[in-house]
Design a protein around this ligand. Structure first.
Ligand code: GAR
Length: 208
């Protein structure tokens, strides 16, 4: 954990392109994140996001999940996160379910960004799911990670329209822009300590 006065340390887990990671790095560089990215871990060696981390001077680690149980893999992730003093874990296009080992080590301190307005369209290829379903509005969600699939309490959402001539790819691109806006805001909000939980609801404490 970081010492008082130091910026909070964010650990980011990725599997690919890393554009959400980039949004977090950019926000941190502009002092809009409320913390700094202390380490990036990818389960895929070729993930383009690793290079984004290196360019920003952030340690970039590959932890291949293949050939190991989910728990074994997550224990290795946890060791990397703890070695870098991580306070908050952000999943940014990390395409694996987390085991309780990791979630319980960071209670209320693991965030995920998902490309739909949850609870609609959890799981893989959410943008295509929404497009095929014919919804007129979709969007992006940042939520706390619990032990279910995209089921945790919602921190922030942003809606985007689904247009008549959209393809799944065009819709995904519009949603991605919303993800890049709300993910840094959500991290800042969680790190501010001003979120209070009432059941599933996360509410921002207002100043007295
Ligand atoms: C993003 O659209 C993110 O919401 C999605 O993967 C993409 C990663 O892009 N995540 C999920 O679908 C998780 N269920 P990025 O690597 O450029 O951030």
């Amino acid at each position: 954990m970081s010492v008082p006065g130091d910026p909070a340390r964010v650990g980011v887990l990725i599997s690919g392109r890393g554009s959400n990671l980039q949004a977090l790095l950019d926000a941190a560089a502009a002092y809009r994140l409320g913390g700094r990215v202390a380490v990036v871990v990818s389960n895929v060696a070729e993930a383009a996001g690793l290079e984004r981390a290196r360019r920003a001077g952030v340690p970039a680690i590959v932890q291949d999940h293949r050939g190991r149980s989910r728990e074994e893999h997550d224990l290795s992730l946890l060791a990397h996160l703890q070695a870098h003093g991580v306070d908050l874990v952000c999943l940014a296009g990390y395409m694996r379910l987390l085991s309780p080992v990791l979630i319980r080590a960071y209670p209320g301190r693991v965030l995920n960004v998902h490309p739909s307005l949850l609870p609609a369209f959890p799981g893989l290829d959410a943008q295509r799911q929404a497009w095929e379903h014919g919804v007129k509005v979709s969007g992006a969600t940042v939520h706390l990670v619990d032990e279910g699939l995209d089921t945790g309490p919602i921190v922030l959402q942003e809606a985007v329209p689904v247009l008549a001539d959209d393809t799944p790819q065009a819709l995904a691109a519009r949603i991605l822009e919303a993800e890049h806006r709300i993910y840094p805001q959500a991290v800042r909000l969680v790190l501010s300590g001003r979120l209070v939980r009432q059941g599933r609801r996360l509410l921002e404490e207002t100043a007295p």
